[in-house]
Design a protein around this ligand. Sequence first.
Ligand code: NAD
Ligand code: UDP
Length: 332
Amino acid sequence: MILVTGGAGYIGSHICAELARVGRDFVILDNLSNSSMDAVDRLQQLVGRAVPFHAGDVRDTALLDRIFTEHAVSSVIHLAGLKSVAESVANPIDYFDNNVAGTVRLLAAMRRADCKTLVFSSSATVYGAAATMPVTEDAPCMAVSPYGRTKLMVEEMLSDLHASDPAWRIARLRYFNPAGAHESGLIGESPRGTPNNLMPYLAQVASGERSALTVFGGDYPTPDGTGVRDYIHVVDLAEGHVAALDFLADNPQDVVLNLGTGSGTSVLEMIAAFAKASARSVPFEIAARRPGDVATCFADVGRARRILGWTATRDLDQMCRDAWRWQLVRKG
Ligand code: NAD
Ligand code: UDP
């Protein structure tokens, strides 16, 4: 049995859908702080059966112990946490508590249950402003926000944990820019309030919910002056998690892996792709750079390909089509 913390969220729900597709049993723990029962209902509709779900917090030790015992959990995919860079700057304590203290509680519960296999949601933000692209897992890490620091702190804790007891099997997955939605149109990203990320913002502009996209910076040293990122379809990302679990089953290691496509897309290219997929116009205006943003970030995906035998297969057009389908479903 696989415990998926944060399984009601954007990436977690797609991982659960993929686990169900390949016939793996899972149980979700989510406090619904950034998701809803509606997402769980839709996931159940997608997988065609009831999904074991615990509404609760990853910091709740008693609840964790109960889940590990009740469900005989043998591995964990740990996504639960807060993810807004801006919010983490304004309220770092919440981020250290949810993301770092939450992981400490989880690891302690895992040890009590003798469950020592963990896949952790890290982020390409740990590379900070890396000097060379594509960025490899061996590049130096540097946190540029409290959010990034929580990811780095957890990664360091996991490395210490594995060094203390090599029976731990750990995959630290550094996601690049997850985007798109499940092609069924049943699950996707449901940001609360104003989206921080490009793709959900674009979807809301194309649907007329927002008037225009603000492009943060037109003067970067990139081919068209706008920021370049490595957007990866969320279903490809989900498949990467299953591949990581399979790898850990045969290899008791602490492994760090980039999950991206290996190619970069600028904001203007993304606007054009979304306009094409939605057949809508996407008004935008170029404004100042967003503080903390880097010009370019895309992954070296060689290690994931080599050791997991995994590679992203869905392209930008599919990401945009699937995000657009989800936007139309979500808004009914
Ligand atoms: P999300 O907010 O949709 O999902 C996170 C889920 O965790 C939510 O359902 C939320 O309710 C739950 N949660 C938060 N704190 C919790 C707690 N203390 N106890 C129990 N549940 C809790 O975000 P997402 O985009 O699906 O991200 C999932 C993970 O991937 C996060 O750890 C995030 O930092 C990481 N990540 C995301 C991105 C991205 O761009 N989306 C990029 C890199 C890494
Ligand atoms: N971006 C933008 N307008 C927005 C949101 C994002 O121009 O409303 C740009 C941002 O500056 C970056 C890219 O889109 O170059 C991806 O940003 P996002 O926040 O989605 O991901 P990040 O890489 O910052 O985690």
